[in-house]
Design a protein around this ligand. Structure first.
Ligand code: FES
Ligand code: FES
Length: 183
């Protein structure tokens, strides 16, 4: 029996020790956001974080991460009480705003690498981005938008532009204020 922590949830798993982490995440835990591309650590589609560091889950035996903390694309936003993603990570927000995804297949891995980069270096240069993202292949060729989105996320972090929580949208805040004034 192996124990791993995925997105802050501890799992006891009865799997072969050489099972790739990718298949444990997808098939055992049913977290389908992490993708299979090449299976040879060449494309980055399967990127997850191991103790905060991006790794290729397709070539990572589950036995090598026993007792460690894994984060997948499902774990980078802020969950709601219903365990659904209620608020996207700032990188995910930037990805949408810059319309990065085309077919979308590579994007989970791209975002995981971008998140890891910004956690280590919140103000990356173009060269820093190119270096950090070099292992993530996009067959749709969206490298320019990926770079732009990372700079956008970096600027949001620098300016601490955090979206208003869903339970305090402006109309509701305004309505509450009106109610308070009228009471
Ligand atoms: S599927 Fe893991 S790097 Fe391509
Ligand atoms: S968006 Fe299609 S492979 Fe990257």
């Amino acid at each position: 029996m192996l124990e791993i922590t995925v997105n802050d949830v501890v799992h006891q798993l009865d799997v072969e020790p050489d099972t790739p982490l990718l298949w444990v995440v997808r098939d055992e835990l049913k977290l389908k956001g992490t993708k299979f591309g090449c299976g040879m650590a060449q494309c980055g589609a399967c990127t997850v974080h191991l103790d905060g560091v991006p790794i290729r889950s397709c070539v990572t035996p589950i036995s090598s991460v026993s007792g460690r903390s894994i984060t997948t694309i499902e774990g980078i936003g802020e969950p709601s009480e219903a365990k659904q993603v209620a608020k996207l990570h700032v990188v995910q927000q930037a990805w949408i705003e810059e319309q990065v995804p085309q077919c979308g297949y590579c994007q989970s891995g791209q975002i995981m690498s971008a998140v890891a980069l910004l956690e280590k270096n919140s103000q990356p240069t173009d060269a820093d981005i190119d270096q950090a993202m070099a292992g993530n292949v996009c067959r749709c060729g969206m490298y320019g938008r990926i770079r732009t989105a990372i700079h956008s996320a970096s600027a949001k972090l620098a300016n601490e532009i955090i979206l208003t929580p869903l339970d305090k949208q402006p109309s509701e805040v305004s309505a509450n204020a009106t109610t308070a004034e009228g009471s």
